[in-house]
Design a protein around this ligand. Structure first.
Ligand SMILES: NC(=O)C1=CN([C@@H]2O[C@H](COP(=O)(O)OP(=O)(O)OC[C@H]3O[C@@H](n4cnc5c(N)ncnc54)[C@H](OP(=O)(O)O)[C@@H]3O)[C@@H](O)[C@H]2O)C=CC1
Ligand SMILES: CC(=O)C(=O)O
Ligand SMILES: [Mg+2]
Length: 751
């Protein structure tokens, strides 16, 4: 597995830009007119107020309560970093809120409470009850967390769930079911050593005992060593419940001959010697974050037969509660649950364990750059598995209904599964998919504009995300200074800086260029100047000679200018069949627009070709193409010469037997809006179009910039297609992320 390296500077920048923090709140209803205001606020809002006062359960119909979770912490056990206070816990809590949204479309907000007094926390959270559909307690240390959770469960009629306890326990149980299956052992027989008798540790052992682990086979340790019967130092009632009748006193002694080690303690708590002393085929879950009790490299160096998992994303087998809390809450919220009970947790663990045994979709495998099949390095699904959202919540919801905690049971579970499938924003999975493919492609990417800090940051991100080698065209000294200025000084050793002035291929490049341009008015002096001084031409020459697999440029000069230079080396003109396709991502929808780069005023035949090239890009992005030739007229009205060519393009395709849907001409609303399209029952599109072929460059430029400026749409492109090698031209206003996305497009050969 390629490790994704991140630096402290990158982590800070990620949190700083584009705005401080990791999320914002947006309105889901219009708030534009006087009428909207009257409905949303006074007087209209009085109506749902009265309805809820009369029938409290309608709060789930008229407010966000039913899809809203509070992530609450006081910062006393932030990951494995200890008690750093409420304020310092905010990045983690914002992160959990974002994970809720990203993985299960649950709205979550973080609330940091500045107190270590359990009664104050209980009182504060209890009072928040009306606002939320569920309470996720996070990073509150033991033993206070047990008191707080227990009391809130009694006081509140919505799920109260301490993630570090039960989220961790569920994922640990899921992983252990599979790890034991692989090592041929039974939970009833194995000797388990658990290090860390806090929130996570106590809950893990409790759940495993519910699932069959025997009390006498389990040893729990904390900072004072083994928790044995009769120990008095550092004890509490929750630890006492797991005290073992044993002569063992240290973790080291306990580990000898153990089948399973579970770590929810702190970095480096386990030594290679301890691992060496374990039984055959040992299972080691070193789950402390951000650094595990022992690294997989260290454990496997002494025990090749070990099955090892950690809490981190950059090793195989990530046993982390991110696999649990989003889906447990999704299932619980969807039945308006009063609680998340043990049956729901066990159902979640079993469903996760089962999913890991099933065949893995390609896009998931690609995200990890290797084949994933049930085995020692794949005992638990990966967080980006798109099947989680529609397999885990139904299992949780069903268990909740079977055990009577559902206020609103789901009658049609199959329909529920379908609704979950379409619930997630497809843009995230498309971006995830192409990033994954880029990782698998391992393309050497040429970044032509090595003098631009955004380009340099994108190049570093490309390489550090494990996508392949970043080749940066520029002067080493200049690259170093600019990287240092952005806090990425150490990256200069990782990137390959290529400088035209000392390229050993220059003679071959010049001769290639001379052959292409000699009859185009260029003399040898011009060739010398272009090849050695123009980084766009030089980079294109590198690509043409196979000294890189893809090229990204255009962040510093206008695209028309860059295209002119690229054309010295490649055939990338309209007459060569080149086309620019731009992807617009907005509100969970993706629409491609073409031609956004090459053709200025395409004729019907060109438009048909643009449709064909765009359909190919769509398929490369994982979309089934539906092309609309758009104009200001729909199917012949109003009559206009300018619109006629769009209808004609559709007829050109009729004669070509293409394998995708297309139709036109039509206005954009007919193309994108089901109801508007229904006015034309003969329309051959089976759903809203996802490719809009526009009449001219200016229409595409205007529409894209409008969407970007007015609606805040994400724009990827223009993706250059129809050229023999992957070249992507980004815009002068591109952000680091935009440039990285273009590199990813080039790496995946989307164009
Ligand atoms: N992978 C995952 O999904 C999750 C991982 N975790 C990780 O588990 C760890 C504990 O979290 P949490 O339970 O919330 O914290 P708590 O503060 O509630 O508990 C910490 C426990 O770990 C013990 N401990 C700390 N250091 C050591 C050590 N060197 N050797 C033995 N025991 C030690 C403490 O012992 P004592 O009682 O003597 O003070 C205490 O019992 C953290 O690293 C956290 O990141 C937590 C949740 C989820
Ligand atoms: C993952 C998590 O919740 C923790 O480490 O605390
Ligand atoms: Mg936590």
């Amino acid at each position: 597995m390629t490790k994704t390296k991140i630096t402290p500077e990158e982590a800070l920048l990620y949190h700083l830009e584009p705005r401080p923090g990791k999320y914002e709140i947006t309105a889901s209803t219009p708030m534009a007119t006087q009428r909207d205001l009257s409905l949303a606020y006074s007087p209209g809002v009085a109506v749902p107020v009265q309805a809820i006062a009369d029938a409290p359960e309608t709060v789930y119909d008229y407010t966000v309560k039913g899809n809203m979770v509070a992530v609450i912490s006081n910062g006393t056990a932030i990951l494995g970093m200890g008690n750093l206070g409420a304020m310092a816990s905010k990045p983690v809590m914002e992160g959990k809120a974002v994970l809720f949204k990203r993985f299960a479309d649950v709205n979550a907000i973080d609330i940091e409470l500045d107190t270590e007094d359990p009664d104050e926390i209980i009182q504060a959270v209890k009072l928040m009850g009306p606002t939320f559909g569920g309470i996720n307690l996070e990073d509150i240390k033991a033993p206070e967390c047990f008191i707080i959770e227990q009391r809130l469960k009694e006081l509140m009629d919505i799920p109260v769930f301490h993630d570090d306890q039960h989220g961790t326990a569920v994922i640990c149980a899921a992983g252990l079911i599979n790890a034991l299956e692989l090592s041929g052992k039974k939970i009833e027989d194995v000797r388990i050593v658990l290090n860390g008798a806090g929130a996570a540790g106590i809950a893990c052992l409790e759940l495993l005992k519910t699932m069959g682990a025997r009390h006498d086979n389990c040893i729990m340790c904390d900072t004072k060593g083994v928790i044995y019967q009769g120990r008095t130092e550092g004890m509490n009632q929750w630890k006492s419940a797991h005290a073992a009748r044993t002569e063992l006193r240290t973790l080291e002694e306990a580990m000898a001959g153990a089948d399973v080690f579970l770590g929810v303690s702190a970095k480096g708590a386990v030594t290679p010697e301890m691992v060496r002393s374990m039984a055959d085929n040992p299972v080691i879950f070193a789950m402390a974050n951000p650094d595990p009790e022992i690294t997989p490299e260290e454990a496997q160096a002494v025990r090749a037969d070990a099955i090892v998992a950690t809490g981190r994303s950059d090793y195989p087998n990530q046993v982390n509660n991110v696999l649990g809390f989003p889906y447990l809450f999704r299932g619980a919220l969807d039945i308006h649950a009063r609680a998340i009970n043990d049956e729901m947790k066990i159902a979640c663990a079993r469903a996760l364990a089962q999913l890991a045994r099933e065949d893995v979709p390609d896009e998931v495998a690609m995200a990890y750059g290797r084949k994933l099949s049930f085995g020692r390095d794949y005992i638990i699904p990966t967080p980006f598995d798109p099947r989680l959202i529609y397999t885990i919540p139904p299992a949780v919801a069903k268990a909740g209904m079977d055990t009577g905690v559902a206020r609103r049971p789901i009658i049609d579970l199959q329909g529920y599964e379908l609704a979950l499938k379409s619930r997630m924003d497809p843009t995230a999975s498309i971006l995830q998919g192409i990033h994954a493919r880029a990782k698998a492609a391992q393309a050497r990417m040429i970044f032509a504009e090595g003098d631009d800090p955004r380009v340099l940051r994108a190049a570093v991100a490309y390489q550090r995300a494990g996508m392949g080698k970043a080749l940066v065209v520029g002067r080493e000294q200049d690259v170093r200074e600019k990287l240092e200025a952005t806090g990425l000084g150490d990256a200069v050793r990782e990137l390959e800086v290529v400088n035209a002035a000392n390229s050993r291929h220059m003679e071959a490049y010049k001769s290639f260029l001379y052959n292409r341009l000699q009859r185009g008015g260029f003399d040898s002096y011009d060739i010398q100047r272009l090849a050695t001084r123009d980084r766009h031409v030089f980079s294109a020459l590198m690509l043409a000679h196979g000294h890189g697999d893809g090229l990204v440029t255009g962040a510093t000069r206008k695209s028309a200018y860059v295209m002119q230079l690229i054309n010295h080396v490649f055939d990338a003109k309209a007459s060569d069949g080149a086309v620019g396709v731009t992807a617009l991502l907005h509100k969970g929808r993706i629409v491609l627009i073409a031609d956004t780069l090459v053709h200025e005023w395409p004729e019907a035949e060109d438009l048909a070709d643009i449709a064909i090239k765009s359909a190919r890009v769509a398929r490369n992005l994982g979309l089934e193409p539906r092309v609309a030739f758009v104009s200001f007229s729909t199917f012949g009205y109003p009559v206009s010469e300018r619109a006629a060519k769009m209808g004609e393009a559709s007829r050109v395709l009729d004669g070509m037997k293409v394998d995708f849907e297309y139709e036109g001409e039509m206005t954009v609303d007919v193309a994108l809006n089901k109801t508007a399209m229904a006015q034309y029952p003969f329309c051959r599109l089976t759903g809203p179009a996802n490719i809009l072929v526009v009449p001219a460059r200016h229409s595409s430029s205007i529409s894209i910039k409008l969407m970007q400026e007015m609606a805040g749409a994400t724009v990827i492109g223009p993706i250059l297609t129809g050229v023999s090698k992957p070249i992507q031209i980004c815009g002068v206003n591109s952000t680091v992320n935009d440039i990285l996305n273009m590199a990813v497009m080039a790496a995946c050969k989307v164009g």
